[in-house]
Design a protein around this ligand. Structure first.
Ligand code: PLP
Length: 505
């Protein structure tokens, strides 16, 4: 059903007119445009009374016979989606500030990515998928250099490619455990007969009780090892057997940071002291800690560079590895390519995991993290070279178009608009925070957040939440100040609607 029936005919005309110009679906000569010729609209366009609209609902009822669709927001039309705008099955054009859970780097139907997707190299890579640990192509080394090593975190000279974010963490943990065992054996991997037999029964000493320490509200994925370190929501963990690994407190900071600097420093010191106590007293030895630069799924929780610097010193003192999970923060969104660059650590982390905007997953590491024997951290595909070609094209785009710098500017502009709105509309939201465009705010209740996200969607802006009450910004690196202006206008309109409904004068 089209949005209000008011003059269906005229609306129909204007809708189709807008779609033609907004989506650029028709080439000037009347023929259908190629995806790479699509043009971003200047404004969102919402043409249905509800989202999901009728076409989305039809697609979902069909899909629902085959898969669980209860988390689906709407069905997308990825042939028409363009730049910062996602198009749904009903032809609604929404400014996308959520971007497939923070994982679209440089825009829908980006011309450079489409070109890479259509290259003969890509066709060959897709048609002939190698088991990379055994039969990599002769070009795999140079692909790794161009896709990953050009943007490698300082001090980490090797990269291990994996399937997705949870997998990246899972395999980084395995590397940490093997490194831990090797150092405890005096640097060798000579296994005892008892280790060799006990490991087949999943008991020590072959399968030792060793832990990864994670932090309250952290999210590191949903595979078994990763899930044991995930602490954000019970529903992700319920009914799944887990390792009995410890959890340290993550600072609960108050915003604005400069107003609460003393309390926040005290809170960070408390968390550091407790982390140190756990590393010292935990009955199960700890091989590594894993931490996100910004706890993302857990509600956009931040800590200061000082916190991370001191945490790094503590891990060094206790001879424990530091794994930084940049699955969500990596690839530029915080205004530096890797968020942890902003901590200016004296010694780099031991491993940095990535996925999402990189469009391939894995972890950077030092040579020391490579087990002495082959086949130990291993699987059939060890990543996907076709996706790595996309990562290469993404990194090209990001570097050539200086998108990290753009993100820094656009983010500062967005934040400067959000902060005064948070004061004016304090009954709806507060605690604006973040770096680059990796921003967030808290709604004053979970119910209000649901209402706000829904109203924003109906205004043509797709957004998402994190934690219990936060709304997170996860736009592409291609977001500009013009997009921010579009967002702010619509956001103010929604804030006014919420005030009129809940606090009428
Ligand atoms: C910080 C972090 N780590 C790990 C993961 C897991 O990644 P994936 O869902 O690709 O397995 C996520 C996903 O949201 C994440 O945000």
């Amino acid at each position: 059903m089209l949005r209000n029936a008011l003059s269906k005919a005229s609306l129909g005309r204007s809708v189709s007119g807008r779609l033609a110009s907004a989506s650029g679906r028709h080439a000037p000569g009347g023929s259908r445009r190629l995806a790479s010729q699509l043009v971003e609209p200047k404004q969102p366009e919402v043409v249905t009374d509800e989202i999901p609209g009728p076409q989305s609902k039809a697609a979902l009822s069909r899909l629902g016979l085959l898969q669980d669709t209860r988390a689906v927001v709407f069905a997308g039309d990825y042939q028409k989606s363009v730049g910062n705008y996602i198009v749904d099955a009903d032809g609604n054009y929404l400014l996308d500030l959520y971007c497939q859970i923070a994982s679209i780097p440089v825009g829908y139907n980006n011309a450079a990515l489409l070109k890479a997707a259509q290259s003969p190299e890509m066709a060959s890579t897709l048609a002939n998928r190698p088991a990379l640990g055994m039969y990599p192509s002769k070009d795999w080394g140079s692909t790794l250099e161009q896709a990953y090593m050009r943007v490698k975190p300082k001090g980490l000279d090797m990269v291990f490619t994996t399937a997705h974010g949870s997998d990246a963490n899972e395999l980084a943990y395995k590397a940490a455990f093997m490194y831990y065992a090797k150092t405890r054996r005096g640097g060798t991997e000579g296994f005892s007969a008892q280790e060799m037999s006990s490991v087949m029964d999943n008991v020590p000493p072959g399968a030792p009780d060793v832990a990864i320490l994670s932090f309250t509200a952290g999210f590191h994925g949903r595979t078994f090892g990763a899930l044991s370190t995930t602490r954000s929501k019970a529903i992700h963990k319920l009914d799944i057997p887990a390792f009995r690994w410890p959890r340290a407190p993550f600072p609960q900071l108050r915003y604005p940071l400069d107003k609460y600097s003393e309390e926040n420093a005290a809170e960070e010191s408390r968390c550091l002291a407790e982390t140190e106590r756990i590393l010292h007293d935990n009955p199960m030895p700890i091989a590594a800690i894993v931490i996100e630069p910004v706890q993302s799924e857990g509600g956009d929780r931040h800590a200061s560079p000082r916190f991370f610097q001191e945490l790094r010193s503590i891990t060094k003192q206790h001879d424990v590895l530091m794994i930084v999970d940049e699955v969500q923060t990596g690839c530029g969104a915080t205004g530096t390519f890797w968020a942890h660059e902003q901590w200016a650590l004296e010694t780099p982390p031991d491993m940095v995991t990535f996925s999402k905007k990189m469009q391939t997953a894995g972890f950077y590491h030092t040579r020391e993290m490579v087990p002495d024997q082959p086949y130990r951290n291993f699987n059939t595909w060890l990543g996907d070279p076709s996706r790595a070609l996309m990562t290469r094209a993404i990194v090209d785009e990001v570097l050539e178009r200086k998108l990290v710098e753009q993100t820094r500017d656009t983010g500062a502009y967005l934040k400067s608009h959000l902060e005064p709105l948070a004061i004016r509309y304090f009954r709806v939201f507060n605690s604006v925070r973040g770096e680059g465009t990796f921003l967030a705010f808290d709604c004053t209740s979970a119910e209000l957040r649901t209402e706000l996200l829904h109203l924003m969607r109906m205004e043509g802006v797709n957004m998402g939440g994190s934690g219990d009450v936060a709304v997170r910004f996860r736009p592409m690196l291609t977001l500009t100040k013009a997009h921010v202006n579009v967002f702010i206008t619509r956001f103010e309109s929604v804030l006014n609607k919420l005030y009129q409904k809940h606090w009428p004068r």
